[in-house]
Design a binder for this molecule. Structure first.
Ligand SMILES: Nc1ncnc2c1ncn2[C@@H]1O[C@H](COP(=O)(O)OP(=O)(O)O)[C@@H](O)[C@H]1O
Ligand SMILES: [Mg+2]
Length: 255
């Protein structure tokens, strides 16, 4: 099995050296838990080691992501000039869903092997909004390839259908893909659409939890197809180098 290593200190050991090549991996967790930083490091390390990549963003601008990355010593402007990475912001008011075509074209342009999609949750909401518009007759655009949804109110079933459609359209690109999403909060489901955790090949959950008088950052591998992954919760920190995962498991009591 070929592996796509993140080169994020301490992480690759948790998944037998890296994500299975070409797989779809869900990164999930509350806001501020480190998913975007993980995605930036994954893309940067890849591009520095001969695997070019694309960062698709919706809620943040490429400029703000690059500023965030620069804090950790990652110079994405340079990599972009060298044709090793592309940042693409999905236009929020776009009624034409040529986004998958655009990602496909960009990936051919730079022979992209890695893709980060930030975030699946927001794209789901965006597509849901437009599907309601089609149904109400406000927009006739039907180029997304998503399933036709009759209801003008997007319900949880619709969200599953949309998540499925997004993932199916990203698969043929063939890149090892990180899909960032949010947990649905208070339920056992790992994603807000309640489907992508089943559809993806792997899930990494991010936490920032109060332990004693401080918050502790940690992650666990929820699932990883074809991989004997770590069963522990791993503490990590965000230092000037970015994310560094502790090799040991979290021990709440030292007995
Ligand atoms: N330069 C930095 N040094 C240390 N921690 C940072 C730095 N920049 C951001 N952080 C921490 O990372 C968090 C944001 O991480 P991010 O990956 O954007 O979260 P998410 O994408 O999960 O919402 C911030 O809330 C902050 O606590
Ligand atoms: Mg983020």
């Amino acid at each position: 099995m070929e592996r796509c290593s993140t080169s994020i200190p301490g992480f690759d050991n948790l998944v037998e050296g890296g994500f299975p090549k070409g797989s779809m991996i869900l990164l999930t967790g509350a806001p501020g838990t480190g998913k975007t930083i993980f995605g930036l490091q994954y893309l940067y390390n890849g591009a520095m080691n001969g695997e070019n990549g694309i960062y698709v963003c919706i809620e943040s601008t490429p400029q703000s992501l690059k500023i965030q990355a620069a804090r950790f010593g990652m110079d994405f402007d340079k990599l972009e000039k060298e044709g090793k990475v592309i940042f693409y912001q999905v236009p929020k008011d776009s009624r034409k869903f040529s986004i998958f075509k655009k990602i496909d074209e960009d990936s051919r342009k730079i022979n992209a092997k890695r893709l980060v999609f930030d975030s699946l949750a927001t794209l789901n909401i965006l597509l849901g909004k437009f599907i309601s518009l089609w149904d109400s007759g406000e927009s006739k655009d039907d180029s997304s390839g998503s399933a036709k949804i009759q209801s003008s109110n997007i319900n949880s079933f619709d969200r599953m259908v949309i998540a499925n459609s997004i993932i199916e359209q990203l698969k043929p690109i063939g890149a090892t893909t990180l899909l960032i999403t949010y947990g649905s909060g208070g339920t056992e489901r790992m994603s807000s659409d309640e489907a992508s955790e089943f559809l993806c090949d792997g899930v990494v959950e991010f936490y920032n939890l109060p332990i004693g008088v401080k918050y502790s950052r940690s992650m666990r591998i929820g699932k990883m197809r074809s991989t004997k992954n770590s069963q522990y919760i791993h503490e990590f920190r965000i230092s000037e180098k970015g994310i560094e995962v502790s090799p040991g498991e979290v021990r709440l009591f030292d007995e």
